[in-house]
Design a protein around this ligand. Structure first.
Ligand SMILES: Cc1cc2nc3c(=O)[nH]c(=O)nc-3n(C[C@H](O)[C@H](O)[C@H](O)COP(=O)(O)OP(=O)(O)OC[C@H]3O[C@@H](n4cnc5c(N)ncnc54)[C@H](O)[C@@H]3O)c2cc1C
Length: 337
């Protein structure tokens, strides 16, 4: 069998590697970092269905993680929406999930090289799952921290601020993951102080106070910038999956699901390539076509909705619709998964 090389050991790369190993395809995976490690992520998975996780062979890795059936949205501290999700969302830290996936990949005989940053190179048999493309001038900054002993925790929460938002999602071990997306400005402060300042300057000072009153785990604090949403410009002939292909705005909680679904889409064509029954160009065409078909509608919907969360008039509209029960939340969450 021909070998498949995967660059990037996040969710797309590791889950693809696992599924290919289950089909006995030889796989080498290069990951720039090490495990375990925290990642900037809302850490709730909205959408990845049982079928996808089963086909990838990773369902058992989610046993015992918190299941979120409800979500509550707040605008400037006022609750504007509360309702059930179409399908329960899974709450799991990336520190745990990525490590579990890496361990499973190796147990199945996959060759994992950590600390191995690769250069972008178009070549047959190579899949690029190295995440979002670096943008020199980014509009956004993403920050995350785990908070223990958070009193008054209300399940999956979304807090809309003036120009950004923050999500709260309980994960394992009684921790609550807090992840915010804010415009990239000079807020002042470093580490947790930066997060509190971002929240306060976006009108979420009450939330900042509540989080400070818990027990934030400073070791889990992380920040990222230099990214943009939508299609990521990769080299023409590169086979990209997950965030490396396109990045959906985080309020959907759907990026991780898309990484898994992309891996699911890629397994069969890559298995056929490894078995020598199709050529690489066919694999590229097949996977790209399927990705477009599967994700077009959610990427479009998220692109339209995202600015609404970030402008005064958009938030006013959303809040009005939510308060009067006109917000088609369930329909939207069905589209965005
Ligand atoms: C602020 C924010 C909040 C989010 N919240 C959520 C949420 O609540 N729910 C959700 O579902 N999604 C969320 N997402 C999106 C989610 O994190 C991503 O969609 C998901 O991680 C994509 O997985 P991936 O495998 O494609 O990429 P990644 O998880 O980014 O993995 C890419 C991997 O490639 C490695 N790598 C990079 N360059 C190289 C290289 N040159 N060589 C080798 N390795 C390399 C990296 O170290 C990394 O391990 C959020 C994103 C952001 C920015």
């Amino acid at each position: 069998m021909k070998e498949v090389t995967i660059v990037g050991g996040g969710l797309a790369g590791l889950s693809l590697g696992i599924a290919l190993r289950r089909a006995r395809v030889p796989v080498i995976l290069h990951e720039a970092g090490q495990y375990p490690r925290h990642r900037v992520c809302g850490e709730f998975i909205n959408g990845a269905g049982e079928e996808t996780l089963t086909r990838l062979g990773i369902t058992d890795l989610f046993s015992g993680v918190p299941l979120h059936e409800e979500t509550r949205w707040f605008l400037g501290g006022e609750r504007i929406y509360g309702g059930r999700l179409e399908r329960p969302a899974l709450g799991v830290s990336r520190r745990r999930l990525d490590l579990d996936l890496a361990t499973r990949f190796q147990e199945l005989g996959g060759q994992l090289h950590t600390g191995s940053r690769q250069k972008e190179e178009v070549r047959e048999g190579c899949v690029w799952t190295a995440g979002r493309k670096m943008e020199r001038s980014s509009r956004w900054i993403g920050l995350k921290v785990h908070v223990r002993k958070l009193t008054d925790q209300r399940g999956l929460e979304m807090h809309l601020g003036r120009h950004g938002y923050a999500g709260l999602a309980p994960v394992e071990d009684g921790r609550v993951n807090v992840c915010g997306l804010f415009p990239n400005r000079r807020y002042g402060g470093r580490g947790l102080e930066l997060l509190w300042n971002c929240l306060a300057e976006n009108g979420l000072e009450d939330l900042a106070g509540r989080l400070r009153g818990g027990d934030p785990d400073t070791g889990s604090f992380l920040g990222v910038s230099a990214f943009s949403f939508g299609l990521q410009a990769g080299s023409g002939g590169l086979l990209t999956l997950g965030d490396a292909e396109s990045m959906i705005p985080p309020f959907t909680g759907n990026g991780m699901s898309m990484a898994f679904e992309a891996a699911e889409i890629a397994v069969d064509p890559l298995r056929r390539y490894a078995g020598g029954t199709v050529c690489w160009m066919e694999v590229l065409r097949d996977i790209r076509g399927s990705l477009r078909k599967r994700f077009r509608r959610r990427l479009f919907t998220a692109r339209v909705l995202h600015p609404l969360l970030l402008t005064k008039s958009g938030r006013f509209l959303l809040a009005g619709a939510a308060r009067s029960g006109l917000l088609p939340f369930r329909t939207l969450s069905r589209i965005l998964r």
